[in-house]
Design a protein around this ligand. Sequence first.
Ligand code: ATP
Ligand code: MG
Ligand code: MG
Length: 551
Amino acid sequence: GETKPSDFIRDKVSADLAANKYGGRVATRFPPEPNGYLHIGHAKSICLNFGVAQEFGGVCHLRMDDTNPTTEDPEYVEAIQRDVRWLGFEWGENMFYASDYYERLYELGEKLIRLGRAYVCDLSEEQMAEYRGIVGQPGKESPYRDRSVEENLDRFRRMRKGEFPEGACVLRAKIDMTSPNMKMRDPPIYRIKHAHHYRTGDSWCIYPLYDFAHCLSDSMERITHSICTLEFESARELYDWVVQATEMPWVPKQTEFARLNLTYTVMSKRKLLQLVGEGHVRGWDDPRMPTLAGMRRRGYTPEAIRDFCGRVGVARNISTVDVALLEHTVREDLNPRSPRVLAVLHPLKVTIANWPDGEVEELDGPYWPHDIPKEGSRKIPFSGELYIDRDDFMEEPPKDFYRLAPGRSVRLRHGYIVTCTEVIKDAAGQVKELICSYDPATRGGVAPKGTKIDGTIHWVSAAHALDAEVRLYDRLFSTEFPGGAGVDFKEELNPASLTVVTAKVEPSLKSAAAGDRFQFERLGFFLVDSDSKPGAPVFNRTVSLKDSWAK
Ligand code: ATP
Ligand code: MG
Ligand code: MG
């Protein structure tokens, strides 16, 4: 069950409401840049921003932070909207684009110039870095810092008109070149970019930088709590400066929290874009990706992801969350929603020698275990030729191997107890078939008096089973923290992150449709993939049943 979250951000919102700080208004925003698909880290921010708005009777804006023409694309805008909705949040009328503010932002740039708080600087990027100096020592003022208001206005207007090439000059905030906060040493706020923008086309060739556009967008939208990740902590002083220096009537406040990091994956859009662009994965929605689209395709549910974000919580200490917690949460969520069926991933033929020739028996198989209060069952055909999983047989088993071996007995799920009497091998010495006997008195798996059968394995009837493509996923990277010091993260891709097998599945799965979920008993939770065709289903393993999460 979901408990009401509590954390330092919610405490702050509560306190601000109590103090009537924003006249009773609570307005947050989720501001992705449409330069890639959303990932599980974004989910944490979405749950926080939309969650706070819901809990405090406020609003949460969805804002495209689209001030970088060269990386943005409408495909990403659509994907972001789809994924936020899928996660269970709705922005209603509150859809915004930073690019809609270009004119007003430009005017605020001119206003800063008129107030003597900004200037056009012709230093090159390298020179600017040199003048900025290093931490602990004061920087040096640009020789262009004392240009007159008229000259600055003229140059800024000519920047807008396209009279200068890229890199020729920037508009800089005039703050303090000796500030201990490097961010405050006259940061650039506008740069020249002769590039087509997916929304404004070729109307602009100068674009506002994040530190200028973001806080002013927040202010224009009358955001109260501008929640962002800790990397922006040192930018908060500049955030406040810009809002004040432009004399904006609405003053939002920035609050930072620790971003979500997860083991065995990467979570920067730049890196994810590389994986997609270079073909290391099938696309943004590849089920191995930490994107919401990938997780959806893999079979994770929005409920599980929201639950996970709640368990991770919101704090200020940076940590990396064990992906095993995410998988544990997904299992808990899928358990009561996944009917149990039988499938064999690596088929090994079993012939029941004493089964009446040609006879087929219909067994009754409940879909749900006793601890899930749901009803329903299907018929499972049992015959003299079956498949079991290769892993469930060992020729020379250790003592604690409770499955099938020469001379040993095992229970076939919903069926009979069988005993292995003979092992048939091919010319290469590979086991290719088992001969077993069955005990007609054990229907339903009841062991005869005085005997004890410890193992139960899954199986399918050979003549009735359907072939199905099954995609088994492992971690995308083989190291916990891919791309550590001095290593290219792509060197650490797990070469075995995808295994495709042709499985034998029980005939009831004939009617399975894309999006349906099942538990293949003993093997994991599976989702029917959208690549499925009638008669040729494709299953993704969402997660195995083995839980490695240490509570
Ligand atoms: P990336 O580093 O993946 O490119 P970003 O922060 O540049 O991410 P944005 O599209 O700007 O991507 O992110 C939108 C919002 O999501 C921002 O407010 C950002 O702070 C938040 N966010 C991004 N990554 C995480 C994360 N790992 N954990 C929590 N919040 C995140
Ligand atoms: Mg960003
Ligand atoms: Mg980024």
